[in-house]
Ligand binder design. Structure first.
Ligand SMILES: NC(=O)c1ccc[n+]([C@@H]2O[C@H](COP(=O)([O-])OP(=O)(O)OC[C@H]3O[C@@H](n4cnc5c(N)ncnc54)[C@H](OP(=O)(O)O)[C@@H]3O)[C@@H](O)[C@H]2O)c1
Ligand SMILES: Cc1cc2nc3c(=O)[nH]c(=O)nc-3n(C[C@H](O)[C@H](O)[C@H](O)COP(=O)(O)O)c2cc1C
Length: 469
C-alpha cells in the first residue's frame, strides 16, 4: 500500500540523532466537525461541501421524532411554530457525537425557522461541553438574513467558546461559496490524519504513513488449500487486505495465495497489505519469530506485524519489531488484544506508536469505551470475530434487529454488521472459506446505515466476549 509522504514526514521526528517514528508520546490531535440539521435537504449539501473542503468529519443532527410535512407547515400553529414560539423547547436528538473531545472546531449548519435556528440546535449546543472550542454557524433560509439567529445561540454555551462570523446562504449555494466563506473566517483544510477513513479509496491512513484497506479477509482456521483459495478469491474480487498469524499455521498459504494472485491477476505487491502476528510463546526470541514469518510469507516485506496478545517480554518483542521497521522488513506495527489498561502501561515503553490495535468486536461485544480510546490516539482499530466468530455466527446472523435492517437495504445480515463497523471507523477482516461470502463481504459501499440503525445495533451490546485470542 502506498505511503502518504507528507504525513509521514510530519510524524517523523529527529530526536538527538535518533529517528523516532510517530512517537508513542505524541499529543492528542484535534480536528474539525461539521454538524448540521436539515429538515428538507437544503442545508445538507452545504454541510457536505464544508466537510469535504476542510477534510472534516460530518455529523447529521437527527431529531428523535422526525418532522413530518405537517409539522413543517409554518404559520399553521403546527409543531414547528409551537417550538419556535417557545425558546425553552429542546427537541430530542437521536444518537450522539461519540468523541466530541477530539474536535477543537465545530461548524453548525441549520435552516432558519421564524428568523431563528431551530430549537434542536439549542439541544445540540447544550448536549456537549464546548468550553475552549471554536464554534461557528451557517444557515440557509428562504429569504431572511442571519438576523439575531447566531447571536441568540451564544448564551447556550460557556463563555470560553470562541465564535467565528456566521453566514447565511441561499439554497443552492455552491461549493465555491462555502469554500470562500471558510477561507474568510480562517478555517483551513486539515491534513489527512492518522486513523482517518476514506470511503472513496476504501483505505485508512496509518500513523506509519502507509495506507491500509479498510476491509479484507481473516484466515483463522483456514487450512492450507482453503487459505490459498480464499486469498485468491479476495484478491480476484478487489480485496487487498489479509490477516494471518504464526498461530494460524497458514502464513505459507497466505504467501502462496498472494504470489499466485499477483501473477494471475497482475496485482502489484504494493497494492496488497498483509498482517501477521507473533505469539507470546515467541516473545523470548522475537528475531527468530520475525525471520520465520518473513521466510514463510515470502512476499518481500511484511506490511504489518502485531503482537498477538500481551505476555511476558512483550515490550522487548515490540522493540525487536521496531528494528525490523528501521531495516524496511516490516512497514507498520500493531497490537492485538490490548485494552485501555494494557495500552496505558505499554505505550510509554516503546518508541513507535502502534498503527493498529486488533480486538474482538461485534454487535454483542462492542467495546464502546475501548474503541474511542484507541482512535483518539490516531491508532486504527480493526475487529476480529466481526460476525461473532467461526462457530458463533448463527445467533448474530439471525438476530431480528440485524435482519430487519438488512431487509430495509436489500443486503445480508453479514453486510449490515460489517458496514456498521466501517461506519464506526473500524477495519473489518471477516474470515471466510467461501468465495461467495468473500465477494459479499467486499460489497459494503452500495448502502449506508442511518443514525437510527446504527443506534439500534448499538443497543444490541451485551458485553458478551466470545473468545480471548
Ligand atoms: N487477534 C486475535 O486474537 C484474533 C482472534 C480471532 C480471530 N482473529 C482474526 O479475525 C478474523 C475474523 O474472525 P473469524 O474468522 O474467526 O470469525 P468471523 O469473521 O466473525 O466469522 C467467520 C465465520 O463467518 C462465516 N461467514 C463469513 N462471511 C459470511 C457471510 N457473508 N455470510 C455468512 N457467513 C459468513 C464464515 O463461514 P464461511 O467460511 O462459510 O464463509 C465463518 O464461519 C480471523 O479470521 C482472524 O484473521 C484474530
Ligand atoms: C418551520 C419553518 C420556518 C421557516 N421560517 C423561515 C423564515 O423565517 N425565513 C425564511 O427565509 N425561511 C424560513 N423557512 C424556510 C427555510 O429556512 C429554508 O427553506 C431552509 O433553506 C430549509 O433548510 P433545510 O432544507 O436544510 O431544512 C422556514 C421553514 C420552516 C420549515
Amino acid at each position: 500500500m502506498k505511503k502518504r509522504l507528507s504525513v509521514f514526514l510530519a510524524l517523523l521526528m529527529i530526536c538527538a540523532g535518533k529517528t523516532v517514528f510517530a512517537s508513542a508520546e505524541r499529543p492528542l490531535q484535534k480536528h474539525i466537525l461539521v454538524a448540521y440539521f436539515s429538515a428538507t435537504g437544503t442545508t445538507r449539501p452545504l454541510a457536505e461541501y464544508a466537510a469535504e473542503h476542510l477534510h472534516a468529519d460530518l455529523y447529521e443532527i437527527v431529531p428523535e421524532e422526525p418532522y413530518t410535512q405537517e409539522d413543517l407547515a409554518y404559520y399553521t400553529g403546527g409543531r414547528c411554530d409551537r417550538e419556535q414560539d417557545d425558546p425553552s423547547v429542546r427537541p430530542a436528538i437521536s444518537g450522539r457525537v461519540e468523541n466530541m473531545e477530539q474536535y477543537d472546531t465545530v461548524i453548525i449548519g441549520h435552516p432558519i425557522w421564524h428568523g431563528q435556528a431551530p430549537r434542536i440546535i439549542s439541544t445540540f449546543l447544550e448536549s456537549y461541553d464546548f468550553s475552549e472550542k471554536t464554534l461557528v454557524t451557517f444557515c440557509t433560509s428562504h429569504s431572511s438574513g442571519l438576523g439575531s439567529s447566531a447571536k441568540n445561540l451564544q448564551p447556550l454555551v460557556p463563555e470560553t467558546v470562541t465564535w467565528l462570523e456566521s453566514r447565511r446562504f441561499p439554497g443552492g449555494a455552491s461549493r465555491e461559496d462555502i469554500a470562500s466563506w471558510l477561507d474568510s473566517i480562517g478555517l483551513k483544510a486539515e491534513e489527512p490524519r492518522a486513523g482517518q477513513f476514506s470511503f472513496d479509496t476504501k483505505t485508512v491512513l496509518l500513523n506509519s504513513g502507509y495506507e491500509m484497506p479498510i476491509l479484507g479477509l481473516g484466515t483463522y482456521a483456514l487450512d492450507h488449500d482453503t487459505c490459498v483459495n480464499s486469498v485468491m478469491a479476495l484478491l480476484e474480487n478487489g480485496g487487498r487486505l489479509i490477516d494471518t498469524a504464526y498461530m494460524y499455521g497458514n502464513e505459507e498459504a497466505v504467501g502462496e495465495g498472494v504470489r499466485q494472485a499477483m501473477a494471475e491477476y497482475s496485482i502489484p505487491r504494493g497494492e496488497i497489505f498483509v498482517i501477521t502476528k507473533i505469539y507470546p510463546s515467541q516473545f523470548g526470541d522475537p528475531e527468530a519469530a520475525i525471520d520465520m514469518a518473513l521466510e514463510k510469507l515470502d512476499i518481500g516485506y511484511i506490511d504489518m506485524m502485531l503482537l498477538h496478545h500481551p505476555g511476558s517480554n512483550d515490550v522487548n518483542a515490540y522493540l525487536a519489531m521496531e528494528k525490523y521497521v528501521a531495516e524496511g522488513k516490516i512497514r507498520s506495527l500493531g497490537l492485538s488484544n490490548w485494552y485501555i489498561e494494557e495500552l496505558t502501561g505499554f505505550l510509554p515503553q516503546v518508541n513507535i506508536m502502534p498503527a493498529l490495535v486488533q480486538n474482538e468486536i461485534h454487535p454483542y461485544y462492542q467495546e464502546q469505551d475501548v474503541v474511542p480510546f484507541i482512535q483518539e490516539k490516531g491508532i486504527a482499530v480493526q475487529c476480529w470475530y466481526p460476525l461473532g466468530g467461526r462457530g458463533y455466527t448463527k445467533e448474530l446472523l439471525t438476530d431480528d434487529t440485524i435482519l430487519g435492517i438488512a431487509a430495509a437495504h436489500g443486503v445480508s445480515a453479514a453486510q449490515v454488521i460489517l458496514r456498521w463497523d466501517l461506519q464506526r471507523g473500524i477495519v473489518v477482516i471477516p474470515g471466510s472459506s467461501n468465495p461467495d461470502h468473500i465477494r459479499e463481504n467486499l460489497d459494503l459501499f452500495g448502502f449506508e446505515l442511518t443514525p437510527a440503525e446504527m443506534e439500534q445495533i448499538t443497543a444490541l451490546d451485551r458485553g458478551e466476549k466470545h473468545d480471548w485470542y
